[in-house]
Design a protein around this ligand. Structure first.
Ligand code: PEP
Length: 251
């Protein structure tokens, strides 16, 4: 029986890779996906913006999808150094990550800004992956569920449906640290996220919820099997084709 929520394994390359490295990585992922002939999961890579066009060309025909890591809320204008969702689309992207914790921290992105970026993604025909996650201090204060609820309500635009939204739960303290929540914690948090989405999205039960934070080949199986987990957003481990493919295989 086909799963109602097709797993999505997304690689966030962050600010890593020059053209040669990126093309080698993209080709490795594309070759692995071609050999695997997966029709029951989606594999996405999100290179730096400078490499989207080259990576899109390199993975063509493999089924691998390409996304951006951020976009501006506006389609064009006087925003030096920024990139619009339309530009990402024009370069070959189909998805865009919005509200990653590194952007929330480094660039002061608020929930309202993330929401505007998700709307910009829709305007350009991109699928936004809206990131949320609590800090260590918030977790230790027992505020995780409350923080996530606030982020979801502030970051998910009105009019969202399962076809127009992916949510990635990325505990900030788990990103790049090698630490992960327990499988039970991930399941509890994802169930909570789906409950909150229930008040905002008509078909919340069909929204794909990704877990992100120190996912690697060796822990992907158990994390991806947790209740309400429909894939992974992968940072460090997405920079090695074999490791990333092992995660995709575990989906
Ligand atoms: C990320 O930054 O989205 C991420 C999950 O990073 P890592 O996998 O390296 O923890």
């Amino acid at each position: 029986m086909a799963r109602s929520r097709q797993p999505l394994i997304a690689g966030n390359w962050k600010m890593n890779g020059l053209r040669a490295d990126a093309l080698a990585l993209a080709t490795g992922v594309a070759e692995g996906c071609k050999q695997a002939r997966w029709t029951d999961r989606e594999v996405l890579v999100c290179p730096p913006a400078t490499l989207i066009m080259a990576v899109a060309a390199a993975v063509k025909g493999s089924g691998v999808l390409v996304g951006g890591q951020n976009c501006h809320a506006n389609a064009s204008g006087a925003h030096t150094g920024d990139i619009s969702a339309e530009m990402l689309r024009d370069s070959g992207a189909s998805h865009v990550i919005v509200g990653h914790s590194e952007r929330r921290t480094d660039c002061g992105e608020t929930d309202a800004a993330v929401r505007a970026k998700a709307e910009a993604a829709w305007r350009a025909g991109l699928l936004p992956i809206v990131c949320i996650g609590e800090t260590l201090a918030e977790r230790e204060a027992g505020r995780t569920l409350q923080v996530l609820e606030t982020q979801i309500k502030g970051s998910v635009p009105a009019g969202a449906t399962a076809a127009k939204l992916v949510v990635a739960y990325e505990p900030v303290w788990a990103i790049g640290t090698g630490k992960t929540p327990t499988v039970a914690e991930v399941a509890t948090v994802h169930a909570h996220i789906r409950r909150v989405l229930g008040g905002l999205v008509p078909d919340a039960s069909a929204v794909r919820l990704l877990y992100g934070g120190s996912v690697k080949g060796s822990n992907a199986g158990e994390l991806l099997a947790a209740g309400d987990v429909d894939g992974a957003l992968v940072g460090g481990a997405s920079l090695k084709a074999d490791e990333f493919l092992a995660i995709a295989k575990a989906a």
